[in-house]
Design a protein around this ligand. Sequence first.
Ligand code: NCD
Ligand code: ZN
Length: 349
Amino acid sequence: MQKLTIRRPDDWHLHLRDGAMLEGVIGDTSRHFARAIIMPNLVPPVVTTADARAYRERIMAALPQGDVFQPLMTLYLTEHTNPDDVEEGKSSGLITAVKLYPAGATTNSHGGVRDMDKAMPVLERMAKIGLPLCVHGEVTDADVDIFDREAVFIETVLDPLRRRLPELKVTMEHVTTSDGVDYIKSASNLAGTITTHHLIINRNAILVGGIRPHYYCLPVAKRESHRLALRAAATSGDGRFFLGTDSAPHVDPLKECGCGCAGIYTSINTMSCLAHVFEQEGALDRLEAFASLNGPAWYGLEPNAEQMTLIRRIESLSFPDKIETGAGPVTVFDPMFPLHWDVEAHSGK
Ligand code: NCD
Ligand code: ZN
């Protein structure tokens, strides 16, 4: 196949940041994606509906002229989140989901939840009004090995929560293990996002031949068998799995240092990378389900009316090594193979 036309895709997990970084990165998303679930882990985090409304306005103001893009806002769940405020956010149409970060799990998550009991009133209200919970599925206990944090989270946090509140719709974000894939398949009212980079790299990319900070993200990439399980899930067409890039820009000085930040920047080349992966798996006909159909179905939205055409070029494409933002340079994800699938056009432009 040399040409593929799909519905215009959406990104169901994205970090846009704020200020100069937001201005520097948003065009790479809005060029291709019609909508994205916007992560609330700013400093300070997006906690209230008023915070989310103001952040949405800053995003719309930073959007390149002519781009048609809809940010789907989320709230950062804390132990003090007010259920009434959450309900107002949903009923006004502003809030698409609430995000659970276990305290300390990842970038800017120190204000996250320590004691799930304290979050129960909000979670009960969300179950009642049909507002999904997005979870960063990792425990933070110091005695749990970092490569086991997702599996332990499923067993000790997610499964008990789902038993306690089966009506709550949960999106397990950036699934990185076969344990996560198997759990999603076995459960109801549960779906999972998968990132572009976890379909491409395993933990060797971070550690072999030197320490490579631009392949470090959270949840950290796991061993090869897990990557293969993610590929199988993503390319299966199963409606419970869909794209959330988790594109997470950090300026190079904050990645290339003694204690580098977690996050990989993939917005700019995600569609080319995904087409490559789906072609390798003989599943180009299922790229549309993963990138454009399964996500909206899960969130109760229509798929985008516009279409995107990808074309396989003979010559390999060239993406910049870095993008320059007003906040500083951000290194672009290098999949370590040449990319040939080019986004030719989409009818949203
Ligand atoms: C994200 C970030 O930088 O905000 N980092 C990452 O490695 N994905 C946070 C997150 O989603 O865990
Ligand atoms: Zn993220």
